[in-house]
Design a protein around this ligand. Structure first.
Ligand code: NAP
Length: 258
């Protein structure tokens, strides 16, 4: 992917720097560790302590930087890119993973629950991608944006109207940015996780009926684990995906095939 660096292994990320938002836990942590195992330095962005992720990345030997930022607004966006470049001299991969969910019947849904979810899941993801792409263009480097979508980028779901809107939006935005930036050497793609055992799905897993219904529909017969996403993330971050643009790749244990 990077100019002047010849690699025998197209999945090798050695020498590259990946920014991963929401990397302290769950899917973001799993992706950060997978990218680090493939050789990338990790700039881990979030509002909570990154100590656990720092330890896991340290075990891989990859460089690690924690960046404190609340992505409930776009205020920290420019500083995230600046801190990353000051630290490593470059930013090659952006994983827009930070996300929240609010659950209530649509008939009762509040503006606060609408705005909170849209701001983190969609608005901050777009403006961070914009700041990242501006940096790549200024540096004359290629780069990779990986957005984290959802099954609700394809399906309706229930009781999560702002989440479905944001994740359907992220799939559309992935296509739009791919159309605008593919010829500039920037790949924009998304990963759509199926049902993963993280904080985000705790309420579902604690609801016996929903848990049983969900498991019954997953051909793989189990909830996903954050490490199940590592291969897709490394692929989309690496030169192996240089001609892949605008896709939303399901990693779902077969959920959508059902
Ligand atoms: P999670 O454990 O709740 O992680 C969410 C991450 O986003 C955390 O690191 C969280 O930080 C961060 N975040 C939330 N609000 C933030 C803010 N204002 N500023 C900065 N960081 C913020 O859930 P997860 O399942 O790993 O979710 C990660 C992504 O995957 C989300 O985009 C989610 O929608 C998506 N996803 C999850 C599933 C699933 O089944 N779990 C399925 C499809 C898509 P804090 O810990 O500080 O809150």
């Amino acid at each position: 992917m990077s100019e002047g660096i010849s690699r025998g292994n197209p999945f090798d990320l050695t020498g590259l720097t990946a920014i991963v938002t929401g990397a302290n836990t769950g899917i973001g942590q799993g992706i950060a560790v997978a990218l680090a195992r493939a050789g990338a330095g990790i700039a881990a962005v979030g509002r909570s302590a990154m100590d656990e992720t720092a330890g896991l990345v340290a075990e891989t030997g990859a460089p690690f930087l924690a960046i404190q930022a609340d992505l409930g607004s776009i205020e920290p966006v420019a500083s995230i890119i600046r801190q990353t470049v000051e630290w490593s001299g470059r930013a090659d991969v952006l994983v827009n993973n930070a996300g929240i969910i609010r659950r209530a019947d649509s008939i009762d849904f509040t503006e606060e629950d609408w705005d909170a979810v849209m701001n983190v899941n969609l608005k901050s993801a777009f403006f961070l991608a914009q700041a990242f792409a501006r940096q790549l263009l200024a540096d004359g480097r290629p780069g990779k944006v990986i957005n984290i979508a959802s099954m609700l980028s394809f399906q309706g779901g229930i009781r999560v109207p702002s989440y479905t809107a944001s994740k359907s939006g992220i799939a559309g935005l992935t296509r739009l940015l791919a159309c605008e930036w593919a010829a500039k050497g920037i790949n924009v793609n998304a990963i759509a996780p199926g049902y993963f055992a993280t904080n985000n799905t705790e309420a579902l897993r604690n609801d016996d009926k929903r848990n049983t219904d969900i498991l019954a529909r997953i051909p793989a017969g189990r909830w996903g684990k954050p490490e199940d996403l590592g291969g897709a993330a490394v692929f989309l971050a690496s030169s192996a995906s240089d001609y892949v643009h605008g896709v939303t790749l399901p990693v779902d244990g077969g959920w959508l095939a059902r």
